[in-house]
Design a protein around this ligand. Structure first.
Ligand SMILES: Cc1ncc(COP(=O)(O)O)c(C=O)c1O
Length: 387
């Protein structure tokens, strides 16, 4: 189906942060398959783990114990402070699980029509539940009726949540992305995240964080909520979790423990031996290769350099984000920059017309970060001068 407006390019192979198209041209992949490849392409330990596990056992079923899945879950819990994990195959599925946990939590408390507070600008996926939690009307148009049970408030506005809670009964959860990715790299402030925690504690609500894009080391810590002093009840992640092997996870702790019981949810493929081996290899590389530290260092370097180089340009607004999840906002629409950058061998995306998004692999070197800085500085200056 023509569900994507595709660019006229196809890739043949990759190595590290580099992708090679079918004509042999080389590109620095500053998108990582949209935040999916923290280890870049053709990472030796990751490839070895996939090969070895596929020669041993690929799939059984969740009707049996899967020791690798248990090991993977334990590692994720150790890295997040969560207690239990449900494995699916995508971010959308992780969020569907989270929405179901919230509804069951409400029903267990005798709430017949549970409501979840969600954010303006949110992106949680394209299935009917996650699409209903998503903000973008462009994604929702034509798919009514959407699911009921979502209340919408502006991001970084504690009073709006307070008001929403006082005007509505049956609220069971607050769901948000610590940094909104699809709507243009919009970070929540630490004080906001902490105030939401206080509201969840006060009103006995589940605190649901969607770290599908921000998780797995991208922002410089394993999960981006760890930049503030909060602990969610439900945490979803995917994208970087499997470095391109489809894995999604919904982690629970705190008030969400014991909400889900046998028969409440399931997945044929989720947490298979192969998916778990892939996830474990990513987790190990993130730790062994100090990729969180590298994300912080390279992210700071790119952010500071672009901010300095572009500060005087009319048309440039700001660089924001954390670690290697960065947005460069211009005051003019700049979608054209995606093609112009590709012509110069750099892969980027532009969100909401005006925000250049960078999500390079976490293995990026100092010299490769410099290529991003130099290429983008030149391109943005030329673009702003011409427009
Ligand atoms: C924050 C967030 N949540 C959920 C999703 C959906 O994930 P997937 O495309 O793996 O279903 C995305 C995808 O961009 C995302 O950025």
């Amino acid at each position: 189906m023509p569900t994507y407006n595709r660019y006229p390019i196809a890739f043949d192979h990759g190595e590290g942060v580099w992708l090679y198209d079918t004509a042999g041209n080389k590109y620095l992949d500053a998108i990582s398959g949209i935040a999916v490849c923290p280890l870049g392409h053709k990472h030796p330990a990751f490839t070895k783990a996939l090969i070895e596990q596929s020669q041993k056992l690929i799939h059984t079923t969740n009707l049996y114990s899967i020791p690798l899945q248990e090991k993977f879950a334990a590692k994720l819990c150790q890295d997040s402070g969560m207690q239990q994990v449900f494995f699916g195959n995508s971010g959308t599925e992780a969020n569907e699980a989270a929405i179901k946990v919230a509804r069951m939590y409400g029903h267990n408390k005798g709430i017949a029509l549970p409501q979840i507070i969600v954010m303006e600008g949110a992106f949680h996926g394209r299935s009917m539940g996650s699409l209903s939690a998503t903000y973008n009307t462009k994604h929702q148009e034509g798919f009514a009726p959407l699911l009921e049970g979502f209340l919408r408030v502006p991001l970084n506005d504690v009073e709006a949540i307070d008001k929403c809670l006082s005007e509505n009964s049956g609220v069971v959860a607050i769901m948000l992305e610590p940094i909104q990715g699809e709507s243009g790299i919009n970070p929540c402030t630490a004080s906001y995240l902490e105030a939401v925690q206080a509201l969840c504690d006060e009103h006995d609500l589940l605190y649901i964080l969607d770290e599908v894009q921000t998780g797995n080391g991208r922002t410089g810590l394993y999960f981006s909520f760890q930049h503030s002093s909060i602990q969610p009840d439900v945490l979803t992640t995917a994208k970087g979790l499997g470095n391109g092997f489809p894995v999604g996870a919904c982690l629970i702790g705190g008030r969400a423990i014991d909400v889900m019981q046998p028969g409440h949810h399931g997945s044929t493929f989720g947490g298979s031996p192969l998916a778990s081996a892939a996830g474990l290899a990513v987790n190990q590389a993130i730790h062994d290769e100090n990729l969180m530290q590298n994300a912080q260092q390279q992210g700071n370097k790119i952010r500071t350099a672009l901010q300095d180089n572009l500060a005087d340009m009319s048309g440039f607004k700001e660089v924001r984000g954390l670690g290697l999840m960065l947005g460069i906002e211009l005051s003019i629409p700049c979608g054209e920059l995606v093609n112009l950058a590709r012509e110069k061998g750099l892969l980027i995306t532009v969100q909401m017309d005006k925000v250049i998004r960078l999500l390079p692999p976490l293995i990026i070197s100092d010299a490769e970060s410099q290529i991003i800085i130099d290429t983008l500085t030149l391109l943005i200056k030329e673009f702003c001068n011409e427009h």
